[in-house]
Design a protein around this ligand. Structure first.
Ligand code: PEP
Length: 255
């Protein structure tokens, strides 16, 4: 049985102090709540330590994730962050392959595959994103497009604990636009992802890998999305910046 997950991607928002305040607000919102899902917040890199301290001091029911990593252990890679640096500040998860990184920073499936491998060596759970742009959706080839991404992103990956590899299907046309894919749209592609995972890893492993949906997910649509058999939660952008909205999604997903 897969445990649902609600993960918040703060993107390039919140200074250190603002991040600490948001994390504390979220901890307060969730205090005493019956949290039945795994909850992850992914602040900007410079906020990680501060949010980690809030989680520890408040015994908050969420875990820390990063938004990116580099696929080397150390060295001359100016501006990058190594997996052991994430580990040292308490990051348990890391988003990789977000469409904004693919689009603005030229991240390829090969990069994403290398990032997944090095993260897993450090016991950091990758949240590996995939998803089609609008023109592919309009051409009706979105399922094949995403299946190809998944095959490339998982190439040669060895998964010993399937609860420690997470996929997020995020149709690019639904990110930050207010246009949510319908729950049926999400299920169509998340179901195809599951089938691809069966081909790649076998049925037993594929059945335990969580596949999240992302793209304008909010308190109003989270219940309908997670009611679908292959949608195991959400990666949330905009709504994760408001503690009350994000907390409400956490609670509703678990109902
Ligand atoms: C995201 O970018 O991961 C995302 C899902 O954003 P939003 O929820 O704002 O569409």
């Amino acid at each position: 049985m897969r445990k649902l997950m609600i993960a918040g991607n703060w993107k390039m928002n919140k200074t250190y102090t603002e991040g600490v305040v948001l994390a504390q607000d979220l901890a307060d919102e969730l205090k005493g709540a019956d949290v039945k899902v795994d909850v992850v917040v992914c602040p900007p890199t410079v906020d990680l330590k501060g949010v980690s301290e809030v989680i520890e001091q408040s015994e908050a029911p969420f875990e820390l994730g990063a938004q990116n990593v580099y696929y080397a252990e150390s060295g001359a890679y100016t501006g990058e962050t190594a997996p052991n640096m994430l580990e040292a500040v308490g990051a348990k998860y890391c988003i990789i392959g977000h469409s904004e990184r693919r689009g603005y920073f030229g991240e390829t499936d090969e990069d994403i595959n290398k990032k997944a491998k090095i993260l897993m060596e450090h016991d950091i759970v990758p949240i590996s994103c995939c998803g089609e742009p609008l023109e592919i959706r309009e051409a009706g080839t979105h399922v094949q497009f995403v299946v190809d991404q998944i095959k490339a992103d998982t190439e040669g990956l060895e998964i010993s604990d399937p609860s420690k590899y997470v996929i997020a299907y995020e149709p690019i046309w639904a990110i930050g636009t207010g246009k949510t894919a319908t729950a049926d749209d999400a299920q169509e592609v998340c179901g195809a992802i599951r089938q691809t995972l069966v081909e790649v890893f076998g049925a037993e492993t594929a059945d335990q890998i969580r596949v999240l949906y992302g793209g304008s997910a909010k308190p109003e649509n989270i219940a309908e999305l997670v009611a679908k058999p292959d949608v195991d939660g959400a990666l949330v952008g905009g709504a994760s910046l408001k503690a009350a909205d994000f907390a409400s999604m956490v609670v509703k997903a678990g109902e």
